[in-house]
Write a new protein. Sequence first.
Length: 588
Amino acid sequence: MFNPTSKKRTIFFISFDIIISLFTLFLAYNLRFNFDVEENYMSNFYLVFIYLVILKICAIRYFKIYKITWRFFALSDAKKLLYAHILAYSFFTIIYYIFPEVFKPFPRSVLIIDIFLSLIFIGFLRISKRLILESENNINMKKTLIIGISHYTQGFIKQKKEFYISSIIDTQIEKEKDILIGSYISNIEVKSLDNLESIIKDENISCVIITKELKQDILKDIYERLNSLDITDIKIATLNSKQTTLKSLSVEDLLARRPADLDKTKIKSFIKDKVVLITGAGGSIGSEISRQVVAFGAKEIILLDHSEYNLYTISEELKESNIKVVMQSILNKELLDKTFQTYKPNIVIHAAAYKHVPLVEQNIQEAILNNIIGTKNSIDISIKYNVEKFILISTDKAVRPTNVMGTTKRICELYLQNVNSNNTDIVAVRFGNVLGSSGSVIPKFKSQIEAGKNITVTHPDITRYFMLIPEACELVLQAGAIGKGGEIFILDMGEPVKIVDLAKKMIELSDTNGIEIEFTGLRTGEKLYEELLIDDSDASTQYESITVANPTKYNIDKLNIDIQELLNSSDKITKLQEIVPEFNHKLN
């Protein structure tokens, strides 16, 4: 009997609309005559009521308001209710003027009073259940603080009904600070960031949502202040395809390096309508570069990788784009040559490499083949087919290397700077760790935390540079766009981060108890810190985020002989040191 159905809902609301309409019309008469209505005016009261209520119910039914579920009555539905009333009372007015004798005596001002009363009472009935439910929900909801005001903050507040928004904090710079402070958004007061601590305590806040992209120093400051108040439920709202999504604040958000001089116009003019071949296209760097090359309007993208799974994953993601998938090793020069001959790329981005330091130390021969010979093959064939631009993804570990991986990449840099490139501009882009890549410590730390294990750090003083993968890849393309050939570009990675501090932040953000940090000792070939520059004489470019290293001369004929001797040498470490004298192998 009490199970809600469409028919029961319609009967319920029609019944109450009749009762409310009778009440409001009676009240309208009394308000018109100051609660002293003469009998002759009340003689046709019920006739007026019958006409009005029939017209009103028909109009409400016409606008399908009886089909609206009680708990979901919204502002758009309130507008429909207004239109229904205007329609009903307009029809009554027309009937009154056509047949005035039927309703006499009738004070017409009663209609004006009644339409407002009816809207208020019938509207309140419709919204009452929602008000009650939201009031009940607010009691059980986490009290939430919004930090940052953007163009979609108000929409977010209305959309995310599962949060009880207590206050909003403005994060404007000092000179603009007073513009919004004290104002209201969706009936919620805007307050100052200066009062963050008192707001958290006074309003018993347990959840914080950031709805604006903040500068890194501001975001870090807010995180530290929230952490000191034991607020661990911190979320970031992002607008994606007109929908607002939430994600928990991550260590990537805190460490992200967002370059201010990213020139997307330059990148687009470099990539648009070009045939781009990407080696290692399924890896963490290669896959992101593939996405961006698609986004910047490449004519055709050749995805080349020897890993079946990686290649399948990125090809499935980009299958709607104009891609060609080549499952191939860069060590097979004959097949690689055929690929270039078939697709005739304008740009080659060489991301294929072995880059995990400990694994490379245990597989030196394979690293030399893949990193040096594979790169050499790619460069030589690019020159043969007059590729316009060849971009090598290098690493900070190539600077005064202490491991085999860094040394192999340094030899690649020497090769590209000294080879006779003919019409091909060949450049390298050197940068540090990218957040979330397969070789980064962050996935390792995350898996340890999820498994409830202690985090293992090699040394309490070890530091690394970090940058988000998308931003690093955009700067790679930007550097490639300005390269004239032979340059080694260095990306500004910001300030180095102590890995132990990174581990502590990840434990804090996970809100997991009982996890500690264990120090395991430096691994073979591992540095305490990484460098991006070989000396202080590196030159600047038109972009602050990109500098260029001075070229290192090395006779190309001798280098080719040295590389061949390296392949045949039984003591590869000694030969690597001969080619790269600054290589100081750390055996730890």
